[in-house]
Design a protein around this ligand. Sequence first.
Ligand code: NAP
Length: 414
Amino acid sequence: MTRATAEAHPAGAGSATAVSIVGSTGSIGTQTLEVVRSDRDRFRVVALGAYSSVQLLGEQATEFRPEYVAIGDERLAAELAALVPAGTEVRAGPGALESLAGVGDVVVNAVVGFAGLPVTVTALATGRRLALANKESLIAGAPVVQAARAARGAEIVPVDSEHCAIHQCLGHRHHRNAANSSAAADFLEPPADVRRLVVTASGGPFRGRSSSELASVTIEDALAHPTWKMGPKISIDSSTLMNKGLEVIEAHELFGVDFDRIEVVVHPQSIVHSMVEFCDGATVAQLSEPDMRLPIGYALAYPERFGSPFGVLDWTCLSRLDFAAPDIATFTCLRLAYEAGRAGGSAPAWLNAANEVAVAAFLGGRISWLAIADVVAETLDGHEETKLLEVGDVLAADAAARQSAGRAVERREH
Ligand SMILES: NC(=O)c1ccc[n+]([C@@H]2O[C@H](COP(=O)([O-])OP(=O)(O)OC[C@H]3O[C@@H](n4cnc5c(N)ncnc54)[C@H](OP(=O)(O)O)[C@@H]3O)[C@@H](O)[C@H]2O)c1
């Protein structure tokens, strides 16, 4: 039922942009469908995929009538087939979600975690625009993803709100060269006139708390993000500031700016989504209400602007914008991410894997919130550098890190 090879590109009918959404049942996936719903003439859904939310996937297929649906859990194939309209091809099992990255004009990678790596690599290798929400694939597999990014026609437009903001602030510096004709068209040289990138952080639900106050926080406390409603994994990452650390590495990989010139600033209102400071002292920022449909619409419509406004500000209600330095003594995950990013090679893959293992253990009630950073730190201490030349190398590094992190979790179980 699986077909991993690329379909003829583009798959769109008429002038509508054909959108393939992998991870369509999650927070980003469902918001992508809201964006599509707001302009059905401009976008049409060509493929939808999820891991196991078969009922919701079936409902989405009934509404959007894609050509393909895919489910990661093979046991749900028959159930899905009974739910989708006639004419929709069902794919299931290993490789099924990855195969969706080979159809359509734009592939939205809305999968959570390292599992998104094959989608990222296939979308780029088959010369598509990748609307990238799944930061973990870029961070863990950077050398391999950067190589795939050099494919003719390949392009990453970030969906993460901070990187979408930077992409907008960079303006023409981001435009691809001569009609997409050259290889490596999307690979950016560090922009010479950029002095630094300033990545904003809400600070998460525990902003201002000390380590002793954080010793007994619950899963519910950690999931209660003050400004964004997101899936559980990124919500926990936001509470530890690991999400911001991952975003620093993501910014480095996307924009080619070195780590000394990427700064994190806490901005609790989540109105300024990030900034670029130029060599003449000017800072350009992107502002809007926190609403992921804006960066999703931006990535789908790029290089044009999307016609349906999301996140519009009411300036009469906006009384203040606060900024402060992050507390890296308490929120050590941010420091660990900078260290892994600077080390490069397979270190970011180890950071990401250790974090995924630790977050799953926390959400499973096995370790405390404070132990998440300890698990990541201990795993990184044991990091063994390996070369990441192809996807298999990244999978091996991820597996080795997961084993090590698993042992670190066991030592800290309640
Ligand atoms: N949510 C946000 O506002 C936001 C903002 C910025 C960036 N991001 C990034 O966007 C990505 C998705 O986040 P999210 O919050 O939307 O996550 P989410 O709500 O947990 O949704 C995750 C999606 O991935 C699918 N999935 C889960 N495990 C999978 C696996 N092993 N293989 C393939 N697919 C799998 C899920 O399918 P099932 O439903 O079937 O499990 C679901 O469709 C993450 O990388 C996150 O960091 C999210």
